[in-house]
Design a protein around this ligand. Structure first.
Ligand code: URA
Length: 244
């Protein structure tokens, strides 16, 4: 049976971004922390850190944030970057501010360009992150692309060939699948995650991507009803579907 982790309340809440251990102690003294509807005053108490803890613990009257092992599905809007290193708005700005202070930190699973929208996952689970981006797993990423110039009809065979070489690289791309939607729109499924891969694939054949949107990652689809900037936590089944 899997071992259940335990933690001191002050250490746990501090690692979840609720403030320093002193902040957490102050909050508890003010009656701001309850466990099973009872005020929790002693923040040195050790508790079991189970996934259902947010249903049992409240902070200032709100359910506790998800404990470590969380996966967030975000419909990334255009104009935001996935990297803290770049200037301007980052996708983390969309999520609750205290999540930026979580330890282990929340990271994007792979990246989408600033001008790419759609399905983006974030997690604090390093093992999961590596399993999703590992080339050995062949997790399919499906993009919808709007192109500047009409498709010629030869792109599908070239992308599927496993011989297409991107500029500046010395290893051909793994076979990818192209589905034509209209004269200037296509759906492209790739299993790798090379830098600007989709834009560079179309550039390699003399076209140019005007709009790019990720619809799917493995067996996980971006729900139609999810507006740009909307996000939700994923459950176990949805996480497993990534690998199906
Ligand atoms: N390929 C790209 O060119 N950009 C992305 O954001 C994702 C895949």
């Amino acid at each position: 049976m899997a071992k259940i982790a335990t933690s001191r309340v002050d250490k746990l809440l501090s690692s979840m971004g609720y403030g320093s251990r002193n902040d957490v102690a102050r909050l508890a003294r003010a009656g701001g922390i309850t466990l099973d509807d009872v005020d929790l005053l002693d923040v040195t108490k050790r508790i079991s850190v189970t996934p259902d803890l947010p249903t049992r613990m409240e902070i200032d009257g709100e359910a506790l944030d998800p404990v470590a092992g969380m996966v967030v599905l975000l419909n990334k809007p255009l104009g935001m970057t996935c990297s803290h290193k770049e200037h301007g708005a980052v996708v983390y700005d969309i999520l609750p501010a205290r999540w930026k202070r979580r330890n282990p930190a929340l990271s994007t699973i792979g990246r989408l360009d600033k001008q790419t929208s759609g399905l983006l996952l974030l997690t604090d689970d390093g093992d999961l992150l590596h399993r999703v981006i590992s080339p050995k797993r062949h997790v399919k990423k499906v993009y919808r692309a709007k192109l500047a110039r009409p498709l010629q009809g030869t792109e599908g065979d070239l992308f599927a060939s496993g011989h297409l070489m991107l500029e500046g690289e010395d290893k051909p791309l793994a076979p990818a699948e192209l589905q034509v939607i209209s004269g200037t729109e296509a759906r492209l499924s790739v299993t790798e995650g090379r830098y600007h891969q989709v834009r560079r694939m179309f550039a390699a054949i003399g076209n140019h991507v005007l709009e790019l949107h990720r619809e799917r990652l493995g067996g996980l689809c971006l729900p139609d009803a999810m507006a740009p900037g909307a996000w939700k936590l994923l459950g176990e089944k949805e996480i497993a579907s990534i690998f199906q």
